[in-house]
Design a protein around this ligand. Structure first.
Ligand code: NAD
Ligand code: TDX
Length: 343
């Protein structure tokens, strides 16, 4: 594909989308970005302030499920490709309120696909997740041909969106690519997710709420490695394909929490075991051999240095943390963690 293009990036004021927009503006001078984001609790202009004035970046506040708006943007900006990050992304919130997950993750994706097809968009990349594959036991890895078997309302909504993407490729011939990645960490992540939540609490000497026995395993992927994988898959991936993206960094939650405590010089006594997440997936692990073999992508960051940099970033960016947690965050935290209590 030629490098001169105008992309609709959705969810570009969120954690991964914001990192992606910043990376592309810095590395791809021929790419223009129209960034469509509803600015939910998880989307913050404070996360992309440095991108807002850049010539090749246009920010639009709006809902990916708004058909008229999406069509207007695709036609008005002559959009050549769509990269869909926009989603409700937190598993715990999907357990207490699943409807908005269907509205955005399924309805919003369908609206983008339909209008992409109507307006002749050349490529559609869906940012998906390893959670669509369900949960693993002690051994094995998710491959692209692992059966889809989601367990939470969040992962069910992402799996539904993936099926729609595949259906648009199969039925209408839309050029689509799906990436399914493991857990991301890094700068600008909203502190409802495990790593920034634990860093924030530890910095304030507050308890670190570990669900269940803390032995659930996640494969940690640095957000910038993920962003590079998405750009590689978008630029070089084969139409209709799925690419798994992983960090080669399996850790138990307890391992991660201990690393954070050590990194901040805080005592293990801050760990508090709380009631488990209902339906909590035990282990995720990705086989990323396909994207490595076909497209030459591999993660560059080691977890040990990545987490050190991430802790330092949150220490240096307390003002950002305070800003994004100043709205409904405290209410959310009290409701979610008040109910969990001690294990
Ligand atoms: P995030 O919650 O930080 O950001 C989501 C963004 O989407 C926010 O800016 C929000 O305002 C926006 N948004 C939500 N609803 C919208 C709507 N209806 N219309 C327009 N914008 C809307 O999420 P994230 O962690 O950056 O995740 C980005 C994508 O990556 C999601 O699709 C998620 O499912 C996927 N993913 C995330 C991870 C992870 O570890 N964070 C792992 C695998 C996959
Ligand atoms: O307070 C907590 N205590 C705790 O023990 C939180 C918030 C989480 N956890 C555990 C649950 C998980 O085993 O930590 C692990 C990671 O939890 P999350 O950060 O909520 O991530 P997870 O549920 O694994 O999902 C993430 O990865 C896949 C993203 O949020 C999804 O958007 C992505 O699709």
């Amino acid at each position: 594909m030629s490098n001169s293009q105008t992309l609709l990036v959705t969810g570009g004021a969120g954690f991964i989308g914001g990192n992606f927009v910043r990376l592309l503006l810095a590395t791809e001078p021929d790419v223009r970005i129209v960034n469509l984001d509803a600015l939910t609790y998880a989307g913050n202009l404070a996360s992309i302030r440095d991108c807002l004035e850049q010539r090749h970046h246009t920010f639009v506040r709006g809902d990916i499920a708004n058909a008229e708006l999406v069509r207007h943007l695709l036609q008005g900006h002559k959009i050549t490709g769509i990269i869909n990050f926009a989603a409700e992304s937190h598993v715990d919130r999907s357990i207490t309120g699943p409807k908005v997950f269907i509205d955005t993750n399924v309805g919003g994706t369908l609206n983008l696909l339909w209008n992409a097809r109507e307006c002749g968009v050349k490529r559609f990349l869906q940012v998906s997740t390893d959670e669509v594959y369900g949960s693993l036991g002690d051994s094995g890895y998710f491959r692209e041909d692992t059966p889809i078997s989601p367990n939470s309302p969040y992962s069910a909504s992402k799996a539904s969106a993936d099926h729609l993407v595949q259906a648009f490729h199969h039925t209408y011939g839309l050029d689509t690519v799906i990436t399914r990645c493991s857990n991301n960490y890094g700068a600008w992540q909203f502190p409802e997710k495990m790593i920034p939540l634990m860093i924030r609490n530890a910095m304030a000497d507050k308890p670190l709420p570990v669900y269940g026995d803390g032995l659930n395993v996640r494969d940690w992927l640095h957000v910038l490695d993920h962003c590079r994988a998405i750009w590689t898959a978008f630029s070089k991936g084969r139409a209709g394909q799925v690419y798994n993206v992983g960090g080669n960094s399996e850790k138990t939650n307890l391992d991660v929490v201990h690393t954070i405590l050590r990194g901040l010089g805080k005592p293990d006594s801050l760990i508090s075991f709380v009631k488990d997440r209902p339906g909590h997936d035990r282990r995720y692990a990705i086989d990323a051999g396909k994207i490595r073999r076909e497209l030459g992508w591999e993660p560059q960051m080691k977890f040990e240095s990545g987490i050190r940099d991430t802790i330092a970033w949150y220490q240096a960016n307390r003002a950002w943390m305070d800003e994004v947690t100043s709205g409904d965050y405290q209410k959310y935290y009290d409701q979610m963690y008040g109910k969990r209590g001690q294990a």
